[in-house]
Design a protein around this ligand. Sequence first.
Ligand SMILES: Nc1ncnc2c1ncn2[C@@H]1O[C@H](COP(=O)(O)OP(=O)(O)OP(=O)(O)O)[C@@H](O)[C@H]1O
Length: 257
Amino acid sequence: MKRSGFYLSFVAEDFLSRTAALKVGQCAAQLIRPGDISLVVADTISRLKILSLVTICRRNSFVSATMASKASLRPIVISGPSGTGKSTLLKRLFAEYPDSFGFSVSHTTRKPRPGEEDGVAYHFVDRPTFEKLIQEKAFLENAEFSGNYYGTSIKAVEDVGTHGKTCILDIDMQGVISVKKTALNARFLFLAPPSLEILRTRLEGRGTESPESVKKRMDQAEKEMAFAETGAHDKIIVNDDLENAYNDLISFVFEEK
Ligand SMILES: Nc1ncnc2c1ncn2[C@@H]1O[C@H](COP(=O)(O)OP(=O)(O)OP(=O)(O)O)[C@@H](O)[C@H]1O
């Protein structure tokens, strides 16, 4: 097989893994005994088969698969209405692949709390520094809350890639427009709710929003949905069944263009 820098290591958990592997093609790892670890090197065509294998295996709990190196370090922008499930899916992705993905470190003018390390929790800067960065157009997005500035800088996104991880940005429509104007060469994923009624149910069910806040988010959701219809994203995933949405997310984040 051609070595194109795509590696997967599989840890077999039961004997059925091998059967699953053979079902999707000869490129798959030979998983014979529980606990076996097999490294797969695949070309582009095989990769698609391996991704199918990961999906099949995940659905059947046959193996745990670890992406040992990323298919792409291009940042991934995930957007979608508030309450559509972005945090839910990303939390699972980060828990499962802690070495493959990272969030960028934001800038803030608020003071560090005890235990917060500069450059880890935030880049802590003073107001003049932050305002200078705004003028230099260093931020993808920035806002002021309770008298403090917060912002995501382009460099902070690039830094995640420098450390060998794919940066995931969870941002709104304005952020998407902003990222598109940079040289970040990001990939764009839109997470859609099955319907606006279901979105409202999820927002209310989360128990974090006042009725006014739900209304505000629902109004914004309509704008986000209309924006997605303009074709601004590389992929739209409808978060109906959580398991299916997660599998679609996995396929997207490990897919190489
Ligand atoms: N597929 C799903 N089916 C049912 N409930 C879901 C599904 N996905 C997420 N939820 C629930 O919907 C609620 C909103 O999800 P979540 O907080 O992840 O949304 P979000 O897009 O990150 O919102 P925000 O942008 O406001 O942070 C949560 O209570 C979550 O448990």
